[in-house]
Design a protein around this ligand. Structure first.
Ligand SMILES: NC(=O)C1=CN([C@@H]2O[C@H](COP(=O)(O)OP(=O)(O)OC[C@H]3O[C@@H](n4cnc5c(N)ncnc54)[C@H](O)[C@@H]3O)[C@@H](O)[C@H]2O)C=CC1
Ligand SMILES: CC(=O)[C@](C)(O)C(=O)O
Ligand SMILES: [Mg+2]
Ligand SMILES: [Mg+2]
Length: 347
């Protein structure tokens, strides 16, 4: 493990240099990696592992996603199977169904977790909230996770571009004495940038906080608040959308990604810098109580409970679609559609 100083705190992390792809392949050469589920993480991880030369099969029930797997080059009867058949053939079972669906399939998965096999997650959810999920792995299997810090779609896209998303990894159960090596090898195999270690509890609590917070929930909330204030004061949708979203995603966030916040600030006017430096703390102070409320709710298991309850309902997809439609059909995001259609590269 490489010791790296993260802002004054030393952490041990795994880089691709110290755990090269060849070593990962060697570690897993006798394994059949069965990716169960072909939603968002399933395609990203399985295709990256296949392209990296691992022995991968996919297990997916028949339907639209099964057909997508076929069009991605998985061959029925050779590398693509019904879930139970893949569970039987696999020695590392990658449980990549949605967290709610994992509950329903768990009794089936458990049947195939014989001694010597491994159970792999990309989330600490199932075992951390075992009181709610009933997921308690048998003692004689290795249990570990690799959680890519981003969408499976980006995991695949970045891999194809020769880049990589960072991932965390964690060991829950080490029956073989080799769980750690296997977990790291899987992390390298799915196309991670660097790997940092965590545990199942910390993975799920940070993940549920992040996606409800700055990554997805808070960002939409703050966009909506600013957009609404601008519109209420007579600004056009074009002006409000550009000043709230388009400039951020197209101009300023790429600068933050490249070299940090002060670098982005430094590339803006002194007027903008003065205002940003004066206003970031009031925004922090206003939102911090909401983040604290969120974290406490995650810690109490409430967010897991909501996610399980809502996503287990028979009509959850229709209801989800209604809520996504509300976003899509809001003035702000319809304005966004128009703005994107006018990007020079789209013509
Ligand atoms: N979406 C993402 O990019 C990320 C997801 N994760 C984690 O990875 C895991 C997989 O998540 P996603 O790829 O988002 O899953 P998903 O919500 O896209 O579902 C995956 C698959 O589950 C199948 N499925 C759903 N209900 C089923 C049922 N009752 N029986 C059989 N199959 C069923 C669907 O057909 C789909 O192919 C989760 O633990 C998630 O928290 C981690 C990092 C990012
Ligand atoms: C993409 C990711 O890492 C998330 C936001 O945590 C998820 O999809 O669950
Ligand atoms: Mg995440
Ligand atoms: Mg998540």
């Amino acid at each position: 493990m490489a010791k790296i100083n993260f802002g004054g705190v030393e952490e041990e992390v795994v880089t691709r240099e110290e755990f090269p792809l060849e070593k990962a392949r060697e570690t897993l050469q006798d394994e059949v990696i069965a990716v169960i589920g072909y939603g968002v993480q399933g395609p990203g991880q399985s295709l990256n592992m296949r392209d990296n030369g691992f022995n991968v099969i996919v297990g997916q029930r028949k339907g639209k996603t099964y057909d997508k797997a076929v069009s991605d080059g998985w061959v029925p009867g050779e590398t693509l199977f019904e879930i139970e058949e893949a569970l039987e053939k696999g020695t590392i079972i990658c449980f990549l169904l949605s967290d709610a669906a994992q509950i329903e399939l768990w009794p089936t998965v458990k049947k195939y977790l014989t001694a010597g096999k491994s159970l792999y997650f990309s989330h600490g959810f199932g075992v951390t909230y075992k009181d709610q999920t009933g997921i308690v792995p048998p003692a004689e299997v290795d249990v570990f996770l690799v959680a890519p810090k981003g969408s499976g779609t980006s995991l695949r896209r970045l891999f194809v571009e020769g880049k990589g998303l960072n991932s965390s990894f964690a060991i829950y159960q080490d029956a073989s004495g080799k769980a750690r090596q296997k977990a790291i090898a899987m992390g390298i195999g799915v196309g991670s940038g660097y790997l940092f270690e965590t545990d199942f509890y910390k993975e799920v609590t940070s993940d549920l906080t992040g996606e409800r917070g700055t990554l997805m929930g808070a960002i939409q909330g703050i966009f909506a608040a600013q957009y609404e204030v601008l519109r209420a004061n007579g600004h056009s949708p074009s002006e409000a959308f550009n000043e709230t979203v388009e400039e951020l995603t197209q101009s300023l966030m790429p600068l933050v990604a490249e070299n940090g916040m002060d670098w982005m600030y430094a590339n803006c006017s002194t007027t903008a810098q003065r205002g940003a430096l004066d206003w970031w703390k009031p925004f922090r102070d206003a939102t911090k109580p909401v983040f604290e409320q969120l974290y406490n709710s995650v810690k109490a298991g409430e967010q897991a409970n909501i996610s399980i309850t809502r996503n287990s309902q028979a009509d959850y997809r229709e209801k989800l679609e209604e809520e996504l439609k509300e976003l899509r059909e809001s003035e702000m995001w319809r304005a966004g559609t128009a703005v994107r259609s006018l990007r020079p590269e789209r013509n």
